[in-house]
Design a protein around this ligand. Structure first.
Ligand code: ATP
Ligand code: MG
Length: 253
């Protein structure tokens, strides 16, 4: 493998353990922000049981990953172009058996995904809530793991459960923590500091602080318009935070 293919694309998995903390909002807007920086972005909807990237982006999905996994459909033919440079690999919604992948399906998925990602600079994976097989699989496939936290105390216990499994079972040691929906910078910082202390004490790992996203009503408003807030409300506090985190991400590699 030459140096270029070793570094490109950067595969980033976004998870949280707890549901509803803002994984999908963050991922969709990060994809929009990286696209604006002229990066080629593939957003994989890794929420195989309850896909909703298509709804948040208002795109029309005719085929999805279930057809790739179950019927061998070429994943390149199911990609949806959101705008030039920004593609989505859609998942299926409401197909419960897709939520857990068999070993054969995992091998097949690895091979097929690796066949389509070369043309992108960034692959962002929006995963499901929880720590089910597909969540662990996507996290282990990715090179970079972002864990989204919220100020809700249960977010910390669920995120810890996720990182503990990834660390003990798959030896993952590097986690980039993103605190979402912080009322103030101070609150966001204390959520990060608490999580860091727990990880250092119990798993002996030190996470990196990716960023803090403020609670911002534009996030929910944008979901109703089915467009990223980064596009619809570029001057919002949430968009400014996304821009800053996008810069941090582009400086990682
Ligand atoms: N920074 C924010 N400020 C205000 N509201 C937010 C923020 N981030 C997310 N939300 C709201 O929280 C809700 C859940 O967000 P989202 O769907 O992105 O979470 P999720 O982690 O992907 O959920 P799930 O686990 O169900 O996939 C949405 O209604 C969204 O508008
Ligand atoms: Mg989601």
């Amino acid at each position: 493998m030459n140096e270029k293919s070793a570094n490109k694309p950067m595969i980033i998995c976004i998870s949280s353990g707890k549901g509803g903390v803002g994984k999908t909002s963050f991922t969709v807007n990060m994809a929009a922000a990286l696209t604006k920086q002229n990066k080629k972005v593939l957003l994989i909807d890794g929420d195989l049981g309850l896909a909703n990237v298509d709804v948040v982006l208002g795109i029309n999905v005719r085929h999805n990953m279930r057809e790739t996994i179950e019927e061998g459909k070429d994943p390149a033919s199911i990609l949806v172009e959101v705008e030039p440079g920004f593609h989505v690999l859609p998942a299926s919604s409401g197909v419960p058996e897709m939520a857990n992948l068999s070993y054969e399906e995992q091998i097949f998925l690895t091979n097929t995904l690796e066949g389509i990602i070369d043309r992108f600079d960034y692959v962002l994976i929006d995963t499901a809530a929880g720590i089910g097989d597909s969540v662990l699989w996507f996290n282990n496939w990715a090179k970079t793991n972002i864990v989204v936290l919220s100020p809700d105390p249960t977010s910390m216990t669920d995120a810890y459960a996720l990182m503990k499994v990834l660390n003990t079972r798959y030896d993952r040691k590097e986690f980039h923590l993103m605190v979402n929906s912080a009322a103030t910078k101070k609150e966001g910082q204390s959520v990060f500091d608490n999580m860091r202390m727990v990880l250092e004490n119990f798993l002996k790992i030190t996470p990196s602080q990716l960023g803090i996203m403020p609670h911002d009503s534009h996030v929910a408003k944008a979901i109703r318009t089915q467009k990223p807030f980064f596009i619809t409300f570029p001057d919002s506090r949430a968009s400014k935070a996304i821009a800053q985190i996008a810069t941090t991400i582009t400086q990682m590699n």
